[in-house]
Ligand binder design. Structure first.
Ligand code: IMP
Ligand code: MG
Length: 177
């Protein structure tokens, strides 16, 4: 059982949609010359974000997923990152965009970038919906960030607390009662 909590809205569904539209514009410019962009969602937290993002990208896209272990069911990050599910497709010589929900310590994204870079993509960029810069323990930075947020535990828009609240349409802050 998790401790009782309430969720306070931090970023509205409308703000998220507006930000994604702006980010998609920048991504389209960066990958303007691509014949096909491989958009890689990191499971499970990015599933809502990737769904909205790809629908704003009028590029030829292929969608793939990768799952790396991070929190388990707790609120503490782990330094050891394991790949639980690898990509189905090859990325050698291709344009790749990795889509992450939150960059916290940065260990997850750092590990994934090193792994994918070793497969020699033509171009490898990253986008994170949320960034908690004060929590960083690595020197990783996403190519694009939706919103910088303070050190708060958040849920919604695909992001969970112990597998709950992924279906909220907004980003909310967890407050224990
Ligand atoms: P990092 O490896 O510490 O950067 O952790 C990144 C992963 O931790 C993200 O992909 C999230 O799944 C998870 N995470 C980090 N902060 C939060 C949060 O506030 N709520 C829910 N999950 C989080
Ligand atoms: Mg998670």
């Amino acid at each position: 059982m998790t401790q009782a909590y309430v969720i306070d809205e931090m970023i509205s569904a409308k703000s998220i949609a507006a930000r994604i539209e702006a980010l998609a514009g920048e991504i389209k410019t960066t990958f303007a010359d691509t014949d096909k962009l491989v958009v890689v969602g990191l499971l499970r937290g990015s599933f809502v974000f990737i769904a909205d993002l790809v629908r704003e990208l009028d590029l030829n896209v292929e969608v793939d997923f990768l799952e790396a272990s991070s929190y388990g069911d707790a609120m503490e990050s782990s330094r050891e990152v394991r790949i639980l599910k690898d990509l189905r497709g090859e990325i050698g010589g291709r344009d790749v965009l990795v889509v992450e929900d939150i960059v916290d310590t940065g260990f997850t994204l750092s590990h994934v970038i090193h792994l994918l870079a070793s497969r020699n993509p033509k171009r490898l960029e990253t986008i994170a919906l949320l960034d908690k810069p004060t929590r960083r323990e690595t020197d990783i930075r996403a190519s694009w960030t939706g919103f910088e947020i303070p050190d708060e535990f958040v849920v919604g828009y695909g992001i969970d607390y112990a597998q709950r609240n992924r279906n909220l349409p907004f980003i909310g802050k967890v407050r224990f009662t």
